[in-house]
Design a protein around this ligand. Structure first.
Ligand code: NAD
Length: 254
């Protein structure tokens, strides 16, 4: 076995109550992973970790950090590494939406979205990758979006699509450089998932309209994504790298 018996997955953005990251934390803990959570909401990160540990008897620690701030991102991973078993995997869920029409995008909005959704993925990934390379084994996962592949069309618009397309390029390049060192890097690209990221605009009517756009007659659940994560970070997925796995009900086929 390449993986150590006791292994930790780091999840950024896993603290929001109806989010994909939180569901994934429970899903992975149930499968024996110890859990490290990094979220801008420190109190919610700590609370979520305590709930996961309680529910599944694993070790779980939550720390507060804004992933867009490199020093905070690095300090958060340092803290988790010091208090949890060997880090084997990272999943970058932390992200924000941006439904502003292109001609109204201000420099501040552009910077806010790129700094969290792309720079933040890079800061955390680079720090975690140093540990994975030192151990000679690891799994990196970025979370893109069907918005990157189809040019929006669900909720968020240009700054979001640009950053999420960047996540695909980042992870492919990391896959190429770090593959020889024992690391895989992949991306999951979700279609519309029933969470709170669309700021209360996800009405039943809207869900039906978005589902009608795809092949499967529903929008996605956080568990749809958690199951894909569980596969990509598993030891069994050791020959899969540089890929984008679309978990979107067939919304984007290419
Ligand atoms: P969510 O809003 O429920 O969760 C996002 C989490 O990121 C929250 O816990 C939030 O506190 C955290 N976060 C925000 N800014 C941060 C920062 N600067 N530093 C650290 N943490 C920060 O959203 P979700 O729907 O669970 O989305 C999770 C990921 O999946 C996001 O990257 C999102 O873009 C992506 N995604 C979601 C959908 C969807 O339809 N819900 C579709 C495609 C992609």
């Amino acid at each position: 076995s390449v993986f150590p018996a006791e292994r930790t997955v780091i999840l950024t953005g896993a603290a929001s109550p109806r989010g994909i990251g939180r569901t994934t934390a429970f899903h992975l803990a149930e499968r024996g992973w110890h859990i490290g959570i990094v979220d801008v909401d420190a109190a919610a990160a700590e609370r979520t970790a305590a709930e996961v540990a309680e529910a599944h008897g694993v070790r779980a620690v939550g720390v507060g950090a804004n992933v867009a701030d490199r020093e905070q991102a690095v300090a958060a991973i340092d803290a988790l590494e010091a208090s949890l078993p060997q880090i084997v995997a990272l999943v970058n869920f932390a992200g924000v939406s941006s439904p502003i029409p292109y001609l109204e995008v201000t420099p501040e909005e552009w910077h806010r979205v790129e700094s969290i959704n792309l720079d933040g993925v890079h800061w955390v990934t680079q720090r975690v990758a140093r540990t994975l390379v030192a151990n000679g084994v690891g799994r990196l996962v970025g979370i893109s979006s069907v918005s990157a592949q189809r040019g929006g069309g669900t909720f968020s618009k240009t700054p979001y699509s640009a950053a999420k397309a960047g996540v695909i390029g980042l992870m492919r390049s990391v896959a190429r450089e770090l593959g020889p060192l024992g690391i895989t890097a992949n991306v999951i690209s979700p279609g519309p998932i029933d969470t709170d990221i669309m700021g209360g605009t996800l009405t039943e009517e809207r869900k039906t309209a978005m589902a009608a756009d795809g092949v499967l007659p529903r929008i996605g659940t956080p568990t749809d994504i958690a199951a894909a994560v569980a596969y990509l970070i598993s030891e069994d997925a050791g020959f899969v790298t540089g890929q984008t796995l679309n978990v979107d009900g067939g919304l984007y086929m290419h």
